[in-house]
Design a binder for this molecule. Structure first.
Ligand SMILES: [Zn+2]
Length: 750
């Protein structure tokens, strides 16, 4: 084996075949490996904040190692180029921008040094693509050329690039070469089809019977090489199959399935399965790619990211590094890549409903990558199933359904989907290949789940055609089911997924732009929380039967307009009041009309809506009597809709004419009785018009010397649902909970 000069030593160490079982590999210090059981039984115990803090510490550590000339001194001074490429890539993936001095100086180094080694070229391409592909296109092009020319006759790569006639490549250099080529292809550079197919054939031919791969053909499987093989096949398959074969023929790759099955069987995030423990961190980075590329949240039933992040957070040294002795810098880079890359928010949950759910294997991966570049935030996708919890199904803003035989869903599945929508979920359904049977199935499904709201064509002025970019092509026609302030289901009867799958940006630009519009529509253009923090429903500790005196969230039903745009808001507020304010709360919200004879049993009522509405004379008189007898009304204009605002103000003037709706002064306790809301953050739609607005103004009506009505013209309810609707004018979730909780506490204490 040729171990060239430069950065190769660490790579050699990292990629060496495993030592025989029970024999510690020579020269390897085991201190860096976290103890067994570090995360046992505590899979979800690490928080997004802890990960963010570990990432920040690691970034500081890596920056502290940089020399004045922009290089990263490594154990041997001649290793500087490889160390710099990996360090810059890790810093960039952890959020350091191109103007960060450490990144700028690092990029200067790798743009000025000639690339000679496979690893260096691959990491240089990854770093340049991550930092600014336009600016560093020369680096990516040089890396691509070097890698393409360096493939051996077996379809593999070894350390020194440019040795095309040699044999004796290894799977560690090979996986990095493929990552480098992937970075080049991602920025539109071409790679010869024969390079790709030769690499694919190599992985195909050398997969062991147990489903894994070793360091070289015919060597024993171990964790890092198997995870790397899964990731490499995912990249290569997109070029070998997705572009030339008809939709559905590459629905699942048995090689990838067997590799994942090896990783499941030998699952660990505490040790390097079957491999040398010195390469534990290198293995975790490979595992992260295998999981993220294939969209698998679980490997062997384990939430590999949550568990791995927990181990890494616990194992981090005080200075922000990982491991000790040799290779601290690369180990720290690999650990940082796992933590930072793996925590990218999930934008799309792709529903595995069985059958042909995945006939377009790369659709979600391609469109989320495109959206990431357009939105300036890296987002990803994952596979979910009908057996997953409602929380998991709701964890991403978009539940994406495609394939040739949707809805293949029994009564339980349909009931689950109904619960999904009731909890505020959003679904995008694509009719892959525009099949008639699918169309019939989708329409039947929509009718079963939404008997009162039929699928209807969306007007060309709908945000789905323009939220981010204008989509004008006549073949793009969307239908939707309207609920509350938004369409909760959007259906593309014409095919979208096949274009996302083949990833031909020239031909299918508008289809990708539609993906960006869809993302803007469902996220309200807000940045997404990291994966670990997405849709963390507060633990529901509400008693099944409400104890006496428990707070009940009573919402008013009225006949006109839309009285319940955010059905999940009340329950979530009850959870919040219980968890954060220690309030004893009823098990669930109550809904009743103002004329209900039990109205007086509820000291607090909530009235909302997003349309024009009117109450009957009986309802108005019941409201007046309720308030005069000491009741309290809280109201908000759902999604900040002006139509509701106008109706509500007119109603208040009519019912409480002598006591007008007026701003509540800033020193009133309603702004701070439980939580400080003197400064709040508004949604993107408000910030675009009024970037400096941080003050909160609630409106009140004083009756018999007490504030008996509190109203917010800005949305609260949509934010309580934690699923923002496009164009919502209101508060962000965190502040909406505080404001609503304050109003409840204020009502109960006055
Ligand atoms: Zn299809």
């Amino acid at each position: 084996m040729v171990v060239g000069a430069g950065f190769a030593l660490i790579w050699h160490m990292i990629a060496a075949p495993p030592a025989p079982k029970g024999v510690p590999p020579e020269g390897v210090t085991p201190e860096g490996v976290p103890p067994e059981g570090a995360a046992a039984g505590a899979a979800a115990a690490v928080s997004a904040d802890e990960v963010a803090s570990a990432v920040a510490k690691a970034v500081r550590y890596i920056k502290s190692c940089q020399a004045a000339d922009g290089t990263w001194p490594y154990e041997k001074p001649e290793h500087k180029l490889g160390a710099a490429t990996l360090a810059v890539f890790a810093l960039s993936q952890a959020g350091a921008g191109e103007n960060d001095p450490a990144v700028t100086k690092g990029m200067e180094v790798l743009a000025s040094e000639p690339l000679e080694m496979t690893y260096d070229a691959a990491c240089a391409a990854l770093a340049a693509e991550s930092v600014n592909p336009g600016k560093y296109m020369k680096v990516i092009t040089a890396a691509r050329d070097l890698i393409v020319s360096g493939q051996d006759r077996q379809g593999m790569w070894t350390y020194a690039a440019g040795n095309a006639n040699r044999r004796g490549g290894d799977n560690s250099n090979t996986q990095f070469a493929i990552l480098g080529l992937n970075a080049a292809m991602a920025v539109g550079l071409s790679v010869p089809a024969e390079t790709i197919s030769a690499a694919f054939d190599h992985y195909d031919k050398t997969q062991n019977k147990d489903g894994g791969w070793g360091y070289a053909p015919n060597s024993a499987s171990y964790g890092a090489m198997t995870a790397a093989g899964v990731g490499a096949l995912h990249i290569l398959g997109a070029r070998v199959f997705a572009e030339k074969e008809a939709c559905g023929e590459y629905a699942s790759d048995p090689r990838i399935a067997a590799g994942l099955s090896w990783l499941a069987k030998n699952y660990s995030v505490k040790t390097h399965p079957g491999g040398n423990q010195a390469y534990y961190y290198y293995y975790l980075y490979a595992l992260e790619r295998a999981g993220v590329f294939t969209g698998e949240k679980y490997i062997g039933g384990h939430d590999w990211y949550a568990e791995g992040a927990h181990v890494l957070v616990d194992a981090q040294n005080a200075d922000g590094s990982w491991s000790s002795g040799r290779d601290v810098l690369p180990n720290t880079c690999f650990a940082l890549l796992f933590l930072a890359k793996g925590n990218a928010p999930v934008l799309v949950n792709k529903l595995d409903y069985g059958g042909g759910w995945n006939v377009d294997v790369y659709d979600a991966a391609n469109v989320t990558r495109y959206i990431s570049t357009r939105f300036g935030q890296r987002v990803g996708w994952q596979r979910v199933t009908l057996d997953d919890s409602l929380e998991t199904l709701l964890s991403a803003p978009i539940l994406y359904v495609t394939g040739h035989d949707f809805p293949r869903m029994d009564a339980a599945g349909t009931a689950k989907m109904r619960a999904f929508f009731e909890a505020g979920g959003f679904m995008f359904i694509d009719n892959c290949c525009s099949k008639k049977e699918t169309d019939t199935g989708v329409r039947g499904f929509a009718a079963a789940v939404f008997p009162d709201s039929p699928l209807a064509a969306l007007d060309r002025s709908h945000p789905i055609y323009r939220a981010f970019s204008n989509v004008t092509a006549s073949e793009h026609v969307f239908e939707g089911v309207h609920a509350g302030c938004r369409d909760t289901l959007i259906y593309a009867a014409g095919d979208i997924s096949c274009a996302w799958n083949r990833n031909d940006m020239e031909r299918d630009k508008e289809t990708f732009e539609f993906g960006a519009n869809l993302a803007a529509y469902v996220t309200g253009k807000e940045r997404l929380a990291p994966k670990l923090a997405q849709y963390k429903v507060l633990p529901s500790r509400r008693a099944a039967t409400a104890p006496p005196g428990a707070f009940a969230f009573a919402q008013i039903v009225y006949a006109t307009g839309s009285w319940n745009p955010h059905p999940a808001a009340g329950g979530k507020l009850l959870d919040y009041l219980h968890a954060k304010a220690g309030l004893t709360v009823a098990s669930q919200g109550v809904t009743l009309p103002l004329t209900d004879r039990n109205l007086a049993n509820y000291p607090f009522i909530y009235l909302t809506g997003c349309k024009r509405f009117q109450l009957t004379a009986e309802e108005k008189s019941a409201l007046r009597e309720y308030v005069n007898r000491g009741g309290f009304l809280f109201s908000d204009a759902a999604c900040g809709r002006a139509e509701f605002d106008e109706s509500f103000r007119a109603l208040m003037a009519e019912v409480f004419g002598e006591s007008p709706l007026a701003p509540i002064p800033a020193d009133n306790p309603v702004y701070r009785i439980g939580f400080d809301t003197s400064r709040v953050t508004y949604t993107a739609a408000v910030r675009e018009l009024n970037p400096n607005l941080t003050a909160l103004t609630l409106y009140g009506i004083t009756v018999n010397g007490r504030i008996a009505v509190v109203y917010s013209p800005y949305d609260i309810g949509c934010a309580l649902e934690q699923l923002p609707a496009y164009g919502t004018r209101g508060l962000v979730s965190e502040d909406a909970f505080k404001v609503a909780a304050n109003v409840v506490l204020f009502a109960l204490s006055h």
